[in-house]
Ligand binder design. Structure first.
Ligand code: ADE
Length: 130
C-alpha cells in the first residue's frame, strides 16, 4: 500500500468532527494573532488565523492548520489550557453551528431595524421610539 493510501486510512479512522479548522473561545481580549501563532504553532504548521474583533466575536478565533493530525494534537493539548487566567475552549469548526450563529445575528439586526422603523418588538407589541 502507498503512503498516500496509508494516510487516507488514518484520516478515515478519525472521529467525524475532526478537521483542520479550530474554533477557539474564551481568549483574553488582549491576545494577538502573533501570540496565537506562537501557541498553536507548537503543534504544526498553521495556514491562517482569524481573530474576532467585533462586539460579538471578540475573544474567539479560527485557527486553520495545514494538517488535520496537527489540528487534533492541538485540541488534545490545548483544551482547557490556562492563558492569562482564562481556560481555552477549543472546538472543531462546525459549519452548521457557524451558520446558526450568523443566522441569529441577522435576526437580531432585522429586529433592531423593525424597532427603528415601526416601533414594535418581535411580538408586535408597541415600543417607545427613541
Ligand atoms: N460557532 C459556535 N460554535 C462553532 C463551531 N464549532 N464552529 C464554528 N462556528 C461556531
Amino acid at each position: 500500500m502507498s503512503a498516500a493510501m496509508q494516510r487516507n486510512d488514518r484520516v478515515r479512522r478519525l472521529p467525524p468532527e475532526v478537521n483542520r479548522v479550530l474554533y477557539v473561545r474564551n481568549l483574553p481580549f488582549s491576545m494577538s494573532a502573533e501570540e496565537l501563532y506562537a501557541l498553536f504553532g507548537k503543534y504544526g504548521a498553521i495556514r491562517q488565523i482569524r481573530v474576532g474583533n467585533s462586539k460579538d466575536t471578540r475573544g474567539t478565533a479560527y485557527i486553520v492548520y495545514e494538517d488535520i493530525f496537527d489540528a487534533k494534537t492541538a485540541v488534545d493539548h490545548l483544551s482547557g489550557f490556562n492563558v492569562q487566567n482564562r481556560y481555552l475552549i477549543i472546538l472543531y469548526y462546525n459549519s452548521t453551528r457557524h451558520k446558526t450563529k450568523v443566522g441569529l445575528k441577522d435576526q437580531e439586526a432585522e429586529l433592531r431595524r423593525m424597532q427603528e422603523k415601526h416601533g414594535v418588538d418581535g411580538e408586535q407589541h408597541a415600543t417607545k421610539k427613541k
